[in-house]
Design a protein around this ligand. Sequence first.
Ligand SMILES: Cc1cc2nc3c(=O)[nH]c(=O)nc-3n(C[C@H](O)[C@H](O)[C@H](O)COP(=O)(O)OP(=O)(O)OC[C@H]3O[C@@H](n4cnc5c(N)ncnc54)[C@H](O)[C@@H]3O)c2cc1C
Ligand code: FES
Length: 366
Amino acid sequence: MYHSLTVVALTQETPDAVTIHLERPDRQPLACQPGQFLTLILPCGPGGKKERRAYSLSSTPHEAPRLSVTVKRVPGGLVSNYLLDTVRVGQEIEVMAPIGNFTLKPSPKAARSVVLVGAGSGITPLMSILKAVLKSEPQSYVLLVYGNRNEESVIFKEQLQQLEAGSNGRLQVEHVYSQPLRPTSGHQHTGRLNRTMLLRILEQRHQFPADQAEYYMCGPEGMMEEARAALDLLRVPAARIHRESFVASADTSEVAAAQPNGHGDVTTGAAAGAPATRSVTIQYEGSEYVLDVPPNKTILETALDQDIDLPYSCQAGLCTACRGKCLSGKVHLDEREGLSDSEMKQGYVLVCVGHPMTDDVVIEIG
Ligand SMILES: Cc1cc2nc3c(=O)[nH]c(=O)nc-3n(C[C@H](O)[C@H](O)[C@H](O)COP(=O)(O)OP(=O)(O)OC[C@H]3O[C@@H](n4cnc5c(N)ncnc54)[C@H](O)[C@@H]3O)c2cc1C
Ligand code: FES
């Protein structure tokens, strides 16, 4: 699951975003789906400690063996600044194989409408999905509604122009600028990418009937909430809406994973008992590890302290790299963004944000 990839090219997309193109040294492809992410592992922590961060693929499987990620600088951020300031062609980067559920499976026979709503660096997985649909589904249409501060902060601006021009009307891009440098017109809009803006844009695009289209959104939490509100007003079924978060929301509402056997059902952290060090059994790759998890640590942190090499990436409950199934006991999650309701009901948990609430917790990972 771990690979060493070589940086084969770099593309400066905007002053604060770079695309890093990677390949295996033997040029063999790595399996991936449009919209998935790579985990980069970089020795940029204190004392050269390895840090992991998730970066969505902006490339698609048909660009194999090349995998590309696009990194935007986060002010004060450790890994994004390290990458933007030091990455160079020829460098080797350790990665975890692509994973993620924010995907679209292209099908050559499909004739569908796909609506992508993104802002800032949230364009990356949408770009992967967009290119895959254009390449593999000749009868499908894509609408991209893309919010940015101004014309100069648009990642993939020229690439999008070229794709749109060569798409025979199958790709439409609507830019929304909060502080445009020039007066906007046509497919450019001034304002925030909020529910009113999105409804106005969707109303005019008749190839995208609201209840039949599929929606993919990725961007800041506020934008995704607005987009969700617009889709609720249009009565779009939840099953047609997919979202990816790069940052944990400020809302730290507490959720507990239900046990698959039905005991205990869903409980909240507050009601689940006094904090205590509790025993957790982890089953992973044929081995069994017993951990004593203190109340101030997550299950993943405790495992890593003991040099148990569990899979993980974002450490924030977003990406599902650390997903496991709770076979017994109760687990409290600080964040559940990465899990669907159905996964929660089946007893899936994220150990990076998980705390045992009983002494009989057994989690199977992988
Ligand atoms: C599934 C997934 C896919 C992702 N894909 C991409 C991608 O394609 N391109 C990309 O640039 N990033 C992407 N990210 C975000 C990326 O993993 C890092 O979180 C980001 O680069 C910041 O890392 P850092 O080490 O620079 O900042 P840190 O040192 O980890 O954080 C510094 C501060 O910035 C905040 N912060 C972190 N990320 C953001 C953000 N995006 N916007 C605003 N504030 C932030 C943190 O909450 C923290 O307070 C993705 C994240 C996930 C979970
Ligand atoms: S490491 Fe990303 S959800 Fe746990």
